[in-house]
Design a protein around this ligand. Structure first.
Ligand code: BES
Ligand code: ZN
Length: 988
């Protein structure tokens, strides 16, 4: 027997392999008392701008990235009287809530815009010429023109009306905008135009919020959704003001910013002397200000072209990035071309401009943005090569490229009337990108499993907590807080239900009518529903309740077979936050209990009553129902235990085992297996494992493992245990430590039982993958599936590490995969196993060696470094928080780059068993980081703060600790509107 020498898992043990400690000015600064931690900037922020906090801190928030996961300030959809309100600042005046029902049409509308950007280091001058026409009388006697503008971001230099300068007494300047009285403007009903010219000064270099015009590295770029345009110029910054931006001129240094981009088509460019140059862009399509974009930088690019069908328009496609990334753009280009073709084939939608440009930026709050003709992408969602991107990264890039492209019709050509309608464009576009990816993957089931898993893990949790809201919210303080999993993922489920109810053709008819009626307009969710209903001649009024109902509905079912009449009865009842019943499509198939044959193929049942029974006749024997196939509605499905005799759960488990083996619906087959595993994990947690459940799980696992098919991805998902986040959703009170332990035990039990089979399959896959006669990474479904499956198996093999021999074997296996890996997927999976290993010197040095090698191989690549941070933040080691805290001081860490911040801090907050450590240190750490980030970037801080708001679900002690941190955050002075809203909802 080998002598086992344990190396205590102290953090010091790992220091040797970490890169040298920070040397940056802030990190050791004894002179400057610093609460927490060193802040470094990834881009050109001066120390002053990083630490200096302006008094009026109303900043926009965001979210996604995790959307698939606030602020607005004051929406001008409200009467200008709301301008009088202040925001959450040092005086702690509560920010105002904006109501969906307060929408008022615009009294004046901007019809045409001409802009000039004079970009100079430290000061950019923006001149805007707005052609204003009369709109709609609001009826409350106040028809003044409100031009939104954030006083923190804009310095007004001059303003004129119809070529005459306005004196300061002629207009009103507030922290939120500029009001021009209707008395100075043409009468509302008249056809007369007025011309307003404003000149403002802005400072993109000091914009750490990444909303408006800001600097990312050496390039200038903009982000205007939802309310960033008001940080660039004075304007009615609301989506129902659709205007033609007929001329946008950008002037900058020729040497530093050789590439100048804008929306639409480039109509002119030229030099001004030796040093400066300009470009003029023109976008013929009317658009809301949130789709505005300019970029100026020293960029490289790849280009291609696409000829649209049936029009035959040749479109120039170009993707830009910093020069060092240009070799990583091809996958994005391929994805763009596939997206363009797919939208033509599937929806008959063609692209409408001469150019389609995409720019990759490092510092970006979200994933990507659909600006008209000029998408801006977070580098994480566009750059890929096999050395730096995982298979999941490749797939995500394809889907995000698709998503932003599809917005050109669902979002840009037809946009939202107001921000409460956000799901109109986002829910619909997510549905479209999901369908696109499913088609590209050639497996609808794999994609469905992934999408539903994400929905359950994130959206169900959101809907069960204090941020719960309908897909069309009723109110917000900061709109950026409402780019949520609910608006996006549940919104996509609602669109999918139309498709399920109306069929493929019916759905297409509805889409066609929607575009026919609303092209060029800003509309509402009701308009979408009306198009679907009218195109199909159906009444969808009951279906509309999905738009106003928060929370996840529960559908309970009961069944009975009557031999005499050969009839099977399925009775459903539904519960939701709506007192009236919802219209729920329930897809059902029936399998013969004896033969296992499908005797009734999938049909969609229209559940419209509170309680409703459906009959299936002509059945020769009893059947097992497969209910909610393909997850046909975003509900929780439970089987009724009412009136059951004997052990109801035994009966249910028997059905799951039956379906896990035989269901013809790929999604439900997977689902049945997950239910069995869930049952076993919960039994383990309660220390009442039943042999019966264990045997079902073993049987299902063994059968799946032994399957000889090329459906590797399905096999991988069927062998995987449900994630802790999904399991937590089913518990009233969550003890993440106990849950983690129970899931870990079940994993180990399975791994021990099937160790040799798992190992054999792992080796078999290794050989199969090596036999492919190329060292290039293949990205077809089979190759991706093989890697996915092999990495699931590796994870099982590596969880056997109780003895020193086992640790030796496990760490060797992971380390050899790490060394042999020819792509990031296998490398990162191996690293993820290694980071959670501890014990003997050899084991520790494999772990640390791999981390060091990973870091060295990254050679400064920011996206690879993010993975290096994440892997460590997600490690299952007792001292993981200490490691994370040390990483905060690593020279490569910065809070000002959202990707980097997320890769460490947000990743740690998702490491549930450690984040929720009983002593509350995880909560304290997160709250301190949130407070720091709030000074820089409220969209980020409010998103991160969301990690604390579910405190009611974590039991008394943990709940109190989490709440305590929320209370501290609520007293921050100043606090952004975004964070204020999340924290106060969390405390309510
Ligand atoms: N329009 C959004 C980007 C956005 C989100 C802007 C929030 C402002 C605030 C874009 O179309 C989007 O939805 N992006 C997602 C990715 C997408 C694939 C779901 C994102 O950024 O996470
Ligand atoms: Zn979107």
């Amino acid at each position: 027997m080998q002598f086992c020498r344990l190396v205590k898992s102290t953090f010091l043990a790992s220091l040797s392999v970490l890169p040298p400690p920070p040397v940056a000015a802030f990190s050791t600064s004894a002179a400057r008392p610093r609460a927490f931690p060193a802040l470094r900037s990834s881009h050109s922020l001066s120390p002053k701008s990083v630490f200096g906090v302006t008094k009026h801190d109303r900043r926009e928030t965001w979210c996604p990235l995790s959307i698939r996961g606030g602020g607005a300030v004051f929406s001008s959809s409200l009467s200008p009287s709301s301008l009088a309100m202040s925001t959450a600042t040092e005086e702690s005046v509560a920010p105002k809530e904006i109501l969906r029902t307060s929408y008022r049409p615009l009294p004046y509308r901007v019809e045409n815009v001409e802009m000039n950007f004079d970009i100079r280091e430290g000061e950019t001058i923006v001149e805007s010429t707005l052609t204003v026409v009369g709109g709609v009388d609001g009826g409350d006697g106040n028809n003044d023109l409100l031009l939104d503008g954030e006083s923190d971001a804009l310095t007004l230099l001059s303003i004129s009306l119809n070529s005459k300068p306005l004196s300061s007494s002629e207009y009103k300047l507030t922290p939120d905008g500029l009001v021009i009285p209707s008395s100075l403007l043409p009468p509302i009903g008249s056809k007369q135009q007025a011309t307003i010219v404003t000149k403002v000064k802005i400072c993109p270099e000091e914009n750490t919020q990444l909303s408006g015009l800001y600097k990312s590295g050496t390039m200038y770029c903009t982000q205007c959704e939802a309310m960033g345009f008001r940080r660039i110029t004075y304007y009615p910054d609301r989506p129902d003001n659709m205007a033609v931006f007929s001329s946008v001129r950008i002037e900058a240094s020729k040497k530093d910013y050789p590439v100048l981009l804008g929306n639409g088509n480039r109509i002119e460019d030229g030099s001004i002397g030796d040093d400066r140059h300009y470009a003029i862009w023109s976008d013929p399509y009317p658009k809301p200000s949130y789709l505005f974009c300019i970029v100026a930088g020293n960029l490289s690019s790849i280009s291609s072209s696409y000829t649209t069908k049936p029009s035959g328009r040749k479109v120039h496609l170009e993707i830009f990035s910093e020069p060092e990334n240009v070799s990583k753009l091809q996958h994005a280009m391929d994805s763009l071309i596939k997206s363009m073709k797919w939208d033509e084939d599937t929806f008959g939608l063609e692209y409408d401009l001469e150019m389609y440009n995409i720019v990759a930026v490092n510092d970006f709050n979200m994933g990507a943005m659909e600006n008209k003709g000029l998408n801006v992408f977070n580098t994480a969602y566009v750059l890929a090569d096999p050395k730096s991107a995982t298979d999941t990264d490749y797939e995500r890039i394809e889907s995000v490229i698709g998503h932003e492209y599809f917005h050109n019709w669902t979002g840009n050509r037809v946009t939202c009337r107001d921000w409460f309608q956000l799901t109109l464009k986002e829910g619909l576009t997510v549905y479209r990108d999901q369908e696109f990816s499913a088609d590209m993957m050639q497996s609808a089931s794999v994609k469905r499993i992934e999408d539903v898993s994400a929905l359950r893990a994130r959206q169900f949790a959101e809907d069960a907590g204090p941020m719960s809201h309908p897909i069309r919210p009723e109110s917000y303080i900061s709109m950026d807080n409402f780019y949520t999993a609910t608006v996006y993922s549940k919104g996509a489920e609602v669109v999918r239900m139309y498709r399920t109810l109306l069929g493929k053709e019916g759905f297409r008819k509805g889409m066609d009518l929607y575009f026919k009626r609303h092209d060029g307009n800003a509309v509402t969710c009701d308009d979408f529903l009306a198009a679907m209903a009218d195109a199909n001649g159906v009444d969808l009024s009951q279906f509309s309740r999905w738009y106003s109902t928060s929370g996840t509905p529960t559908v309970t079912y009961d069944s009975k077979y009557e031999g005499e009449s050969k009839t099977f009865y399925l009775t459903f009842s539904q519960e939701s936050n709506n007192p009236d019943p919802l219209h729920i499509p329930v897809s059902v198939g029936l399998l013969d209990k004896v033969s296992g044959e499908e005797v009734s193929p999938t049909q969609v049942l229209n559940l419209k009553e509170k309680v409703q029974t459906f009959q299936f006749t002509g059945l020769d024997g009893d059947v097992v129902p497969s209910v909610l196939r393909g997850f046909s509605a975003p509900v929780k499905l439970v089987r009724s235990t009412k009136g059951s005799v004997g052990d109801a759960s035994a009966d249910e488990e028997k059905n799951w085992a039956f379906l896990a083996a035989r269901d013809t619906d790929g999604f439900n087959r997977w689902e049945a297996g997950q239910k069995l595993m869930t049952s076993l994990i919960f039994q383990t947690m309660r220390q009442e494992e039943s042999l019966r459940t264990l045997e079902y799980v073993f049987e299902a696992f063994g059968r799946t493992l032994g399957m000889d098919s090329v459906d590797y991805s399905i096999q991988a998902y069927a062998l995987s245990l449900p994630p802790e986040s999904t399991l937590a959703e089913e518990l009233d009170v969550v003890d993440p430590v106990a849950l983690h332990a129970a899931r870990g035990n079940v994993k180990k039990t399975i791994a021990r039982k099937f160790y040799s089979e798992i190992r054999a399959k792992y080796d078999e896959l290794t050989v199969a993958m090596q036999s492919i006669n190329t060292s290039d990474i293949q990205l077809d479904a089979v190759s991706i599936g093989q890697r996915r499956l092999r990495n699931v198996l590796l994870d099982y093999l590596c969880c056997i590490k109780d003895t020193c021999e086992e640790r030796e074997v496990a760490s060797k296996l992971a380390f050899s995969q790490f060394q042999a890996a020819n792509g990031m997927t296998d490398k990162y999976s191996a690293l993820s196993c290694l980071v959670s290993m501890d014990g003997e010197q050899d084991v520790v040095s494999r772990r640390e060696g791999a981390l060091q090698k990973f870091y060295d191989d990254a050679a400064g690549d920011p996206l690879v470094l993010n993975k290096w941070f994440s892997a460590q933040a997600l490690a299952d080691l007792p001292d993981v928080l200490d490691r994370v805290k040390t990483l905060v001081d690593h020279p490569d860490f910065t809070l000002s780059n959202p990707n980097r911040c997320r890769s460490l801090v947000s990743a740690f907050s998702m490491n549930a068993a450690h984040f929720h450590a009983q002593d509350g240190e995880g909560y304290r750490f997160l709250a301190r980081m949130v407070a720091e980030v709030d000074k820089l970037n409220p969209q980020m801080s409010s998103r991160m703060g969301g990690g604390l708001i579910q405190w009611r679900r974590y039991g008394k002690e943990r709940g109190a600790l989490m709440k305590g941190e929320l209370e501290k955050l609520s007293k921050l002075k100043p606090i952004s509107n975004d964070l204020f809203e999340v924290v106060s909802r969390g405390l309510k």
